[in-house]
Design a protein around this ligand. Sequence first.
Ligand code: R1P
Length: 297
Amino acid sequence: MTTFNDSTKTFARMYTYDTLQDIANYLLERTKLRPKIAIICGTGLGCLAEKLTDTDVFDYETIPNFPVSTVEGHAGRLIFGYLKGIQVMCMQGRFHYYEGYPLAKCSMPVRVMKLVGCSHLIATNAAGGLNPKFKVGDIMLMKDHINMMGFAGNSSLQGPNDERFGPRFPVMTEAYDPRLLDVAKKIGRDLGIENELHEGVYTCLGGPNFETVAEMKMMRLIGVDAIGMSTVHEIITARHCGLTCFAFSLITNLCVPDYSYKDDANHNEIVEIGRGKEPVLVELVQRLVKNIHANLK
Ligand SMILES: O=P(O)(O)O[C@H]1O[C@H](CO)[C@@H](O)[C@H]1O
């Protein structure tokens, strides 16, 4: 019988440094672009990738050893291109634990980004707003996260550690780069959206079910502001291999810890909210990319 731990270790062994280097080489041999900045598009946020110009596009199924996206709102393409003249690589569609992929597999594209030559990761997601100040359509800049799945003994870094990626015990105290957080807040003020922009703590639950009222109450008690089903393991993998990280959540629904609240979360609406916020999200990411590029060493 295959146990949870066996399959996690199997995937960790499957995505060895050499296998991931082969994937990176496959891409580098097929694009002339050498981006330093990688972007992961969350549910309904694929519009960011549509803004790239002069692109080289790789459908996930054409990349050796790459998983495929199975979720509505995640196109399943890796795109190299220019965002307002700056080279980026963009995942239009990510992998989630509830799709049946172990966390190491969900976040293995982050190591490919590193091996392609990226130094920065911008991760985006759709999330349920638990902080009562949040409204649907607001943006929460991720200041920190609580790794609930890690508490349960599940990590993208489980299994043998390859020091070429990073240390066995990586530090997570500055998982989200404080300078980029300040830059994003300034961009928010410049765009006049400071009233819709918050900072907060995100958590990733395994999904695919949304939360019970009791679970929401518990999350609020421990300091969570927004709940999703992604990003945390990507950031952990990215920090492990030395990428500078920035992430934000688009609040697509409210998590109201009250049995009388009847407006339940719904995936189709979550996708639509993301699409509706396209102009402001694209502008935020474009300005952030410009700032990162200007400060590259
Ligand atoms: O985190 P992203 O990929 O944005 O997607 C979020 O939206 C989906 C639920 O509608 C879940 O997959 C959740 O994680």
